[in-house]
Design a protein around this ligand. Structure first.
Ligand code: GLY
Ligand code: MN
Ligand code: MN
Length: 538
C-alpha cells in the first residue's frame, strides 16, 4: 500500500511539474506573422509565388551540429523555429483539386516520437495549425508531390541557395526539399542570380533606351568575370546598334520564358519590410537592447584588472541568460588594449586585462531580435589622460552621428558627421595630418540597421520612422602605428542602438553609461559578483 501511495505521489509531482512547465509566452503573435505574409503578398507582382526555405542545420564536428537558428526571414513570416521547412506565399488565391481556395502553404517537419526523444519536441502539422495559425500545412515528405505547377507562374521568387547544407538521413530534410524544388522549377544547373537579374533588366528595357542600359550593364560586367563570359550579356553590351541589341533582347526574353526564376524580387521585398519595425517587433527589440545595456552596466561594476577577457564575456552573457535571452546576436567581442584594434575580435583569450582599456561589443538576442551595444572602459576604473582624449573624440563623434539620425536624412548622414569629428580630433592631437589619413584609425562604417539580424535588412534610402540603427564610431591605434607611442594600443568604440521616430531619435541603450564620468562612477559601485568566488582547480 505504501509503495502504491509513493508511486502515486511521484507521478503526481511529475505530472504537476510537467504540466506546470513555465515557458515564455511573449513571442511575436501568429497575427503578426500572418500580417507580414500579407504584406509580402501585396508587394508581389501578379501571378507570382514566393518560396522561402528554413535555415540549414550546420555540422560542428562528428555527430554534433551547431545549435539551430532559424533563418530570420522565415521566422519573420512564420514564427516556426525548426529546420526542414518551406513556405510558399502566392500573389493571388489558388484552388486545390477540391476547389478549396488558399494563398499560402507551409511544409514542416513530421512528428517523430524517436527523433523528439533525442532532439526535442516538434510542432508538426497540427501544432503549426494551432499555434502558428496556418490553414494549408503539410509534412515535408509531401513536398515532392506538391500540387503546384511552378512553370505556370510568371515569376517564382526565392533566395538563391548558398550550398552550405548537406543531405542528412530521411527524405524530407532541407537537401531533399531543395532538390524537389529544383526539379519542379527546372532550376538550371548554372543558375546565377546576378545574371538572371541583368537578363530581367534587358527584357524590361525599351529598345530606344537600350544603348544607355548597355552602358550600365558594361559596368556590372567589368566587375564580374562570370557575367563577362555570358555571350548574351557581353553581346548586348558590345553591340554597335539597336538592331543587334533588339535581337539579343528577343533571345533573352525566350530564355526567361523557359526560366521564371527570380532571386531579386524577394530580396527587395524583405529589405523593404524589415527596415521599419512594427510596434510588436519594437517591444522585443527594446527588450534585447535593454538587457544588453544592463549587461554593460553590471560588467562595469564587476570589472577588475585580474579578470580575463573570457570571464568578462561570461558576465555579459550570464546577464543575458538571467533575463531569458536565448542567444547572442553575434559572437561576443571583448578585447583588452591592442586586441580592441581587431574590429571583430572574438578569441577573447587574454588571461588578464590588467590596466588596459577593454572594448566590449556584445548583444543579447531576445526572441529573435538582437541588440548591438559597445562600451569601452578602463579595467582599473580610471581613464588615463590619453585614453580620455581619444574617448572624448569618439563620444563627440557619436553625439554628432546621433543628431543626424532623423527621419528623411540620408542613410550616410550619421557616418559623415561622425567621421568629420574623428578626423578633426585626430588632427588636433597630431595623430594624423589630413582628413583622408584619419580613415586609417576609423576604418569602418558608422551605422547599420538592427533587428532580427545584427546587420539587418533595409533599403539604405533616407531614414524612415520606426527604423532602428546603430551609431558606432571608433578610433583604433594599433601598436606600431605611425604616431607618438603614447597612443599605441588605445582602441575605443562606442555603439548605441537608436530608434528613429517622427518625434526625433531615442537612444534605446542609454542604460549603459556612456561618458567617461558616468563610466567611472558606475565602476565604483559594488557588484553582486564581488563576493562570487570559486574553488581552485589544482
Ligand atoms: N557587432 C558588430 C557590429 O558592431 O557591427
Ligand atoms: Mn554594429
Ligand atoms: Mn557591435
Amino acid at each position: 500500500m505504501l509503495r502504491i501511495f509513493l508511486l502515486f505521489m511521484i507521478s503526481l509531482v511529475l505530472s504537476v511539474s510537467l504540466s506546470g512547465q513555465s515557458i515564455p509566452t511573449d513571442f511575436l503573435s501568429a497575427d503578426f506573422h500572418k500580417d507580414r505574409r500579407e504584406a509580402v503578398r501585396q508587394m508581389l507582382p501578379a501571378n507570382t509565388v514566393a518560396v522561402f526555405f528554413a535555415n540549414a542545420e550546420r555540422n560542428r564536428a562528428n555527430d554534433v551540429d551547431y545549435r539551430y537558428h532559424q533563418d530570420p526571414d522565415f521566422y519573420y513570416l512564420t514564427g516556426y523555429k525548426e529546420p526542414n521547412a518551406v513556405l510558399l506565399v502566392f500573389s493571388a488565391n489558388q484552388s486545390d483539386a477540391a476547389g478549396i481556395e488558399y494563398n499560402e502553404m507551409l511544409y514542416v517537419q513530421k512528428r517523430d516520437v524517436k527523433a523528439e526523444q533525442w532532439n526535442g519536441k516538434r510542432l508538426g502539422v497540427e501544432g503549426a495549425r494551432k499555434e502558428l495559425g496556418f490553414q494549408m500545412v503539410f509534412n515535408g515528405d509531401e513536398f515532392s508531390n506538391i500540387p503546384v505547377d511552378f512553370k505556370s507562374f510568371d515569376m517564382v521568387t526565392f533566395f538563391d541557395f548558398k550550398n552550405d547544407f548537406r543531405d542528412k538521413s530521411g527524405t524530407a530534410d532541407l537537401f531533399d526539399l531543395i532538390k524537389s524544388f529544383k526539379i519542379k522549377t527546372d532550376y538550371p544547373s548554372d543558375y546565377n542570380p546576378a545574371k538572371n537579374r541583368l537578363y530581367g533588366m534587358i527584357k524590361a528595357t525599351a529598345i530606344e533606351n537600350s544603348a544607355n542600359v548597355a552602358q550600365t550593364l558594361g559596368r556590372y560586367l567589368s566587375r564580374d568575370t562570370s557575367l563577362q563570359e555570358d555571350e548574351l550579356l557581353s553581346g548586348f553590351v558590345n553591340a554597335g546598334d539597336d538592331g543587334l541589341r533588339s535581337e539579343i533582347k528577343e533571345k533573352i526574353s525566350l530564355k526567361l520564358k523557359v526560366n521564371n526564376l527570380n532571386s531579386n524580387m524577394i530580396s527587395q521585398i524583405m529589405s523593404t519590410l524589415r527596415e521599419t519595425k512594427t510596434a510588436e517587433e519594437l517591444v522585443l527589440l527594446k527588450k534585447a537592447i535593454e538587457i544588453s545595456a544592463v549587461g554593460q552596466a553590471e560588467v562595469m561594476k564587476a570589472m577588475h584588472p585580474t579578470m580575463s577577457e573570457t570571464e568578462i564575456q561570461g558576465v555579459h552573457e550570464y546577464v543575458y541568460k538571467k533575463y531569458g535571452a536565448e542567444y547572442e546576436g553575434y559572437p561576443s567581442i571583448v578585447g583588452a588594449g591592442n586586441n580592441g584594434c581587431i574590429l571583430h575580435y572574438i578569441e577573447n583569450n587574454k588571461t588578464e586585462v590588467a590596466n588596459d582599456l577593454v572594448l566590449m561589443d556584445l548583444g543579447a538576442e531576445y526572441h529573435g531580435y538582437t541588440a548591438d551595444v559597445t562600451r569601452t572602459i578602463p579595467a582599473n576604473g580610471k581613464f588615463t589622460i590619453e585614453q580620455k582624449q581619444i574617448y572624448d573624440i569618439v563620444y563627440n563623434a557619436q553625439e554628432a552621428g546621433i543628431k543626424e539620425s532623423v527621419v528623411g536624412a540620408p542613410f550616410s548622414a550619421p557616418g559623415k558627421a561622425a567621421f568629420s569629428v574623428v578626423a578633426k580630433g585626430l588632427i588636433r592631437l597630431g595623430i594624423v595630418k589630413s582628413k583622408s589619413e584619419a580613415r586609417t584609425y576609423f576604418p569602418h562604417g558608422t551605422s547599420h540597421y538592427l533587428g532580427l539580424d545584427v546587420h539587418d535588412k533595409g533599403t539604405y534610402a533616407p531614414f524612415k520612422a520606426n527604423t532602428v540603427i546603430t551609431v558606432e564610431p571608433g578610433i583604433y591605434i594599433p601598436e606600431g602605428s605611425d604616431c607618438d607611442k603614447k597612443w599605441w594600443g588605445i582602441a575605443v568604440r562606442i555603439e548605441d542602438d537608436i530608434l528613429i521616430t517622427e518625434k526625433g531619435s531615442i537612444n534605446l541603450s542609454n542604460r549603459a553609461p556612456r561618458t567617461t564620468e558616468a563610466i567611472e562612477a558606475m565602476m565604483k559601485q559594488a557588484s553582486p559578483l564581488d563576493d562570487f568566488t570559486l574553488p581552485s582547480l589544482d
